[in-house]
Design a protein around this ligand. Structure first.
Ligand code: GSH
Ligand code: FES
Length: 149
């Protein structure tokens, strides 16, 4: 286990207000062409992040926390992460919710598979499951076993 990963404190910004309620799933935002594009987008990098803002400039505490979790895990963003800013595209903002059957942003895909939002990422980070997944998918290197004295 990497000491940096376990001891670094995450500065999670607490969102101060709720902006929008997720669109009811009965409203269909997802055209066939957008679904087809998303089929490709979610596989366009080892980790695909649908977020508010950008990794350098997150526009919501939940998106910021998700970026921070990946950073603390030691993920090289240039090499392994593609981020989509849903604030720049309303069709994407609503379409990705329907595509993933997940009502909120952020959303994280790893190797084309939906993993979850901020709460799931935080739980997986704390349990060690996220590190296991990132190692299994060759996104971060395995930690060497601790050596005995
Ligand atoms: N509990 C959620 C927190 C994320 C969340 O509640 N996101 C809200 C506020 S940013 C959202 O996406 N609302 C719909 C929207 O803004 O389109 C998680 O684990 O990811
Ligand atoms: S909670 Fe306000 S934008 Fe995310």
């Amino acid at each position: 286990m990497n000491a940096f990963r376990t001891t670094t404190r995450l500065a999670f910004a607490r969102p101060t207000f709720q902006t929008r309620i997720a669109a009811p799933m009965s409203v269909r935002w997802l055209s066939d062409s957008l679904r087809q594009k998303l089929n490709e987008d979610v596989k366009s990098s080892d980790i695909v992040l649908f977020m508010k803002g950008t990794p350098d400039q997150p526009m919501c505490g939940f998106s910021r926390a998700t970026v921070q979790i990946l950073q603390v895990q030691g993920v090289d963003f240039d090499k392994h992460v593609k981020a989509f800013n849903v604030l720049a595209d309303d069709d994407l903002r609503e379409g990705i919710k329907e595509y993933s059957e997940w009502p909120t942003i952020p959303q994280v895909y790893v190797k084309g598979e939906f993993v979850g939002g901020c709460d799931i990422m935080l739980n997986m980070h704390q349990s060690g499951d996220l590190e296991d997944l990132l190692v299994k998918e060759n996104i971060v290197p395995a930690e060497p076993e601790a050596t005995k004295d």
